[in-house]
Design a protein around this ligand. Structure first.
Ligand SMILES: NC(=O)c1ccc[n+]([C@@H]2O[C@H](COP(=O)([O-])OP(=O)(O)OC[C@H]3O[C@@H](n4cnc5c(N)ncnc54)[C@H](O)[C@@H]3O)[C@@H](O)[C@H]2O)c1
Length: 312
């Protein structure tokens, strides 16, 4: 039987261990805070030469520009889009500059087709090292004016497709312990906005999926994961996706050109930045305002008169 003095020593030992662990955790926390800020300004963009980049929704807008710009940086680009002609145009554009691109007509909501095309990419092109889940749709009207089909399709394209893409390409990334998953969320994935209820829901979901998957891999028993994640929150990019957007000081917050949005997204991926809003300051502003009660934050929103009008 243990002596009372042994029990006492054991308690002291456990308390000391806990104190050391608490100090270690606090120290590590602050070290990583400063390291992250330091790296934001000093990290260089890593080369993507030799990478295989797959972009969904590569036929138009931001996706097309992402595909073109990655190819210019020396990556092999795999373009997926539901629209065969637009996708072909992107592939032709890339090839006309002497760069490498492959085109696949795929509806990313169709799990079977995604897995089929995914196998073909792995066999004919190679292991995808950078996956850009970009395809998205955005109907904009009051919640009760959305049809059932519209709501389902928003979630099929903007959310479920990400799972089918993971199913197709994540196992190889895990086996190689190498890869980067980029996802297009939206500022509508950070703020709830009128006329965009299902869209906001879908883009909030993208944010959660990216964060949860990243956490799952980080804490997996297979050792330190080298698979990286970058989630993008654009405000307004001039692609035609958003029919119109109202804001009081339009000249201060003009829509960004897709070329410029794509350049920021690629730069964030190459630097390993986990979250980026376009423009960059919006995500930080949101963090500041979220500290205050919701009602106070709404005063700012009312002052800016920012909203997406209904298209009906
Ligand atoms: N444009 C903006 O202002 C803005 C703002 C915030 C977030 N985003 C997000 O950025 C992403 C790209 O937006 P964009 O403005 O370039 O859009 P876009 O409409 O210009 O291009 C989207 C592309 O996705 C393709 N696509 C649609 N459904 C598909 C499907 N089922 N399977 C395969 N391809 C499909 C389309 O054919 C099109 O080529 C979207 O996820 C969007 O939600 C855009």
């Amino acid at each position: 039987m243990a002596e009372p003095s042994d029990n006492f020593l054991m308690i002291i030992y456990n308390v000391l261990c806990l104190i050391v662990e608490v100090f270690y955790t606090i120290g590590k926390f602050w070290f990583l805070v400063f390291e992250s800020y330091y790296k934001t300004f000093t990290t260089e963009e890593r080369s993507v030469k030799g990478d295989i980049v797959l972009v969904t929704g590569a036929g138009h807008g931001i996706g097309r520009q992402i595909a073109v710009q990655y190819s210019e940086l020396g990556a092999t680009v795999v373009c997926w889009d539901i629209n065969e002609q637009l996708n072909l145009d992107t592939v032709k554009l890339i090839k006309s500059k002497g760069k490498k691109a492959y085109g696949f007509t795929v509806d990313v909501t169709n799990r079977e087709k995604v897995l089929e095309a995914g196998n073909k990419v792995l066999k004919d092109v190679g292991d995808v090292t950078i996956l850009v889940n970009n395809a998205g749709i955005m109907p904009q009207h009051e919640l009760l004016k959305h049809t059932e089909n519209e709501i389902r399709t928003i979630f099929e394209v903007n959310v479920f497709a990400h799972f089918w893409m993971f199913e197709a390409f994540l196992p190889k990334m895990i086996a190689n312990n190498k890869g980067h998953i980029v996802a297009l969320s939206s500022m509508a994935g950070i703020l709830g906005l009128r006329n965009l209820v299902p869209y906001c829901g879908s883009k909030f979901a993208v944010r959660g999926i990216q964060e949860a998957l990243s956490e799952e891999l980080r804490t997996s028993s297979k050792g330190e994961s080298q698979i990286k994640f970058t989630t993008i929150y654009p405000y307004m990019v001039d692609t035609g996706l958003c029919k119109s957007m109202k804001i009081r000081f339009e000249k201060l917050m003009p829509a960004v050109e897709p070329e410029s949005a794509a350049a920021s997204i690629i730069s964030a991926q190459r630097k390993g930045i986990e979250e980026l809003s376009i423009p960059r300051h919006l995500i930080h502003l949101n963090r500041v305002f979220r500290v205050f009660p919701n009602k106070a934050g709404k005063v700012m929103a009312d002052f800016l008169e920012a909203y997406v009008p209904s298209d009906k």
